[in-house]
Every structure is written in C-alpha cells, then in structure tokens.
Design a protein around this ligand. Structure first.
Ligand code: HEC
Ligand code: HEC
Length: 345
C-alpha cells in the first residue's frame, strides 16, 4: 500500500499537478487501480511496476496479444497454446510443443499468480513479466518471430495500432507490447479456494480428509518449508531430486547462477489450482498429484545436490491420499479465471 501511494504521488508530481491536490488524487487513483484488478481472498495486493500501471484498456489489449496466433511465424501458436486457460494456464504436454512441432526440454509452467513471482522461468532467469514477455515470441522453438517482425505485424493491423496510440501515445513498440501482455498476465489470479475460506473462519469449507492433508502439508510432510506464503512458494530454488537420473540432468538454476550447489535446482512453483495443470515438474515427468506425493514420500531421487528439506516422509497410504485431497479440493479456486478467447482486431 505504502509503495502504491508513493508511486501515485511521484506520478502526480511528475505530471505537474499542484501539490494541494496530491492527497485527494492519491486516494482516488489507488482506488481506481484496485478496481481494475480485483484480488481474490487469500492473496496480497499486487505491486505494479512504476512505469506500467494497469488500466482496463491495457488489460484488454494484452489479452488480445496473449491469444493472438499472428505473433508466431506461421500463425499457429499463441501464448495461450502453452499457457491455456482450460489447462490451468499450462498445457497438458510433458514438454512444450512450439513452432513446427519442435519440443523444448521443459514443461510449460502455469502463469497463474505469476504477478507475485520474484523470478520467472524454472531457472529464474527473467526478473519481471515485462522482461519475460517477448522471449517466447522470438524463441525459435516457441513462436519464432523476431521482435522486430512482431512489432511490424502488430502495427500493420489498424485495430491494434489504434489501441496502442490510445493507451501508450505511440505505435506498438517492443517495450509497450511487453507492457500490455505483462499487465494482462497480472490479472490471472487464483485465490478464494476452500483453504482460504477455511482460514478465514468457515470450518465447513474443507472435508475431513482435506483438513488432515492440510495438517500434513504444514506439518509432518513439511511441504510448506518451500511451498509457503499466500502463493505457496518461497521464491527460491531447490533440488528436490527430479530428473536427476537422466543421462544429462538439466542443470537448472546452476546455468544462471554458476553456483555448483544449484545443480538441478528449480524454482518452487505455486501449488494453487495445481489439479488443473498436470503433468508436473520442470520435466513433466510426474503425471498425477499422487505420483508427486509418492516422489516426496520416498525422499526424491537421491543425488549429491538434494535439498536438505527432502527426506523420506514415511507417509501411510491414507496420508498420501489426504495430501492429494488437500491440493485437489483445498487449493482449487472457486472463481477460477477461465478467460475466453477475446475477439481479435
Ligand atoms: C511453445 C510453448 C510456449 C509458448 C508459445 C509460450 N510459452 Fe511461456 N513458457 C513455456 C515454457 C516451456 C516455459 C518454461 C521455460 C523455462 O523455464 O526454461 C515458459 C515460461 C513462461 C513464464 C514463466 C512462468 C514461471 O512461473 O516462471 C511466463 C510468465 C510465460 N511463459 C509467459 C508466456 C507468454 C506471455 C507467452 C506469449 C508471448 C508465452 N509464454 C508463450 C512455453 C511456452
Ligand atoms: C525443498 C523444497 C520443497 C519441498 C519441501 C516441497 N517442494 Fe514441491 N516443489 C519444489 C520445487 C523446487 C519444485 C519444482 C521441482 C522441479 O521441477 O524439478 C516443486 C514442485 C512441486 C509440484 C509440481 C508443481 C508443478 O507445477 O509442476 C507439486 C504439486 C509439489 N511440489 C507439491 C509438494 C508437496 C505436496 C510437498 C510436500 C509433500 C512438497 N511439494 C514439498 C520445492 C519443494
């Protein structure tokens, strides 16, 4: 809140409005921003970059770009192809399939609650959604269109050109395409799950099995030592022993940090609405939530870089089921943002 107020304050100062108006304006502006994106129960307010505040028009534009296949070389792939609303903003493939059926080596992560992520990608190589947004367009095995060509294509579509002029006061540029897409992504929010309502005092919100699962998640099974906070991530990297039996395991975070200890470490993903986005893990190697819990129960795949928080859990079959029920039932949001494909210009 303090930072939002400060941001509005500086924005008003820089637009040259006299100081006596500042207080009144600060309040009304931040209220307007809150109304633009409604944050569900259980999630904290979103912090927007100072130079990219949300507006209704910008969100609508970003949404069109997110679903627009013309941002790929052969007009067949959009962001939604790999981060689809009907598949938990991921896709059901083990590995992402992009331009001309090429496959990368990693599973599409969900973009649910990406607004809160401190790092993006499994190895955390992008810091902001703005920084991330153009990557897949240019990536030869994803959408395979240079950013220059993407800008030209967008500006050749009158309905887009008009919106960019209105929102950013200029034609589409790399920078404002990224800003629009990132702003739309910040509206893909999942909260208000039975777990949140249980925490808020509705003791009937969770079944008994889900309640036992919740206790295991935060207790004996120690899931919350990494899946912590409102979006169930510590924003850190861990080797939990996934894919370490491959011939050449993915180095994960190590390739970015150059720290030996980061070998095979990946970003802790959210587990909100996780039942929607199988298969799981950076390599899509686990097909169901039960397989995930069984992976943890056996202490992961042993390797010298294994995180110290990963150990044999000795869960009974009933406890395994309870944990799965907690995730399936307790963390599935009641107001899932099932966005429909917008009309494109
Ligand atoms: C061909 C499939 C594919 C397409 C198309 C695609 N992505 Fe992705 N996306 C991925 C994969 C795979 C990753 C993870 C890559 C990695 O970690 O190295 C990813 C990662 C991300 C992340 C980071 C999420 C996180 O939790 O770290 C965001 C955000 C994202 N993509 C947004 C987009 C946007 C916006 C577009 C369209 C401009 C897009 N993606 C197009 C497959 C795709
Ligand atoms: C030491 C930290 C840590 C602990 C403890 C931990 N996790 Fe994870 N979790 C991660 C990381 C890191 C990943 C991604 C690993 C990868 O892809 O290699 C992950 C992935 C997952 C996924 C897959 C998410 C997706 O989008 O693919 C689920 C589900 C999950 N964890 C649930 C649990 C449960 C349930 C527990 C407790 C039994 C638990 N985790 C304990 C760090 C942890």
């Amino acid at each position: 809140m303090a930072s939002a107020t400060y941001r509005n304050f500086t924005r008003i100062l820089s637009s040259g409005i006299v100081i006596t108006l500042v207080v009144g304006f600060t309040v009304s502006l931040s209220q307007a921003e809150e109304q633009v994106i409604k944050v569900p129960l259980g999630l904290p307010p979103i912090e927007f970059p100072e130079d990219n505040p949300p507006t209704v028009e910008k969100i609508a534009l970003g949404k069109q770009l997110y679903f627009d296949k013309r941002l790929s070389r052969d007009n067949t792939i959009s962001c939604a192809s790999c981060h689809s609303p009907v598949k938990g903003y991921s896709n059901a493939d083990q590995f992402a399939t992009g331009f001309k059926g090429q496959k990368g080596g990693r599973n599409s992560p969900t973009v649910i609650n990406a607004a809160y992520n401190k790092f993006h990608f499994w190895d955390g190589r992008a810091g902001s959604l703005e920084e991330q947004a153009l990557g897949p367009i240019a990536n030869p095995i994803e959408m395979n269109l240079t950013t220059k060509e993407a800008v030209e294509r967008i500006n050749a579509i009158p309905g887009y050109k008009k919106q960019f002029q209105k929102i950013f006061g200029s034609d589409a540029t790399e920078e404002n395409i990224a800003k629009a897409i990132a702003t739309y992504e910040r509206t893909i929010l999942c909260g208000d799950a039975p777990y949140d309502r249980f925490k808020a005092g509705d003791k009937k919100a969770l079944s008994e099995s889900a309640q036992r699962g919740m206790q295991l998640f935060f207790g004996k099974a120690a899931c919350s030592s990494c899946h912590s906070g409102p979006t169930f991530t510590d924003h850190a990297f861990h080797n939990i022993g996934v894919g370490m039996d491959a011939k050449e395991p993915d180095a994960g975070r190590k390739a970015i940090s150059n720290l030996g200890g980061d070998h095979g470490s990946f970003k802790t993903p959210t587990v909100r609405d996780i039942a929607r986005s199988a298969p799981y893990m950076h390599d899509g190697s686990l097909k169901t939530l039960k397989e995930v819990v069984e992976h943890y129960n056996k202490g992961g795949i042993p390797n010298e870089f294994l995180d110290e928080e990963i150990f044999k859990l000795n869960l009974t079959p009933q406890e395994v089921d309870d944990l799965v029920t907690f995730m399936k039932e307790g963390l599935t949001s009641s107001n899932y943002p099932e966005h429909k494909e917008p009309e494109l210009p």
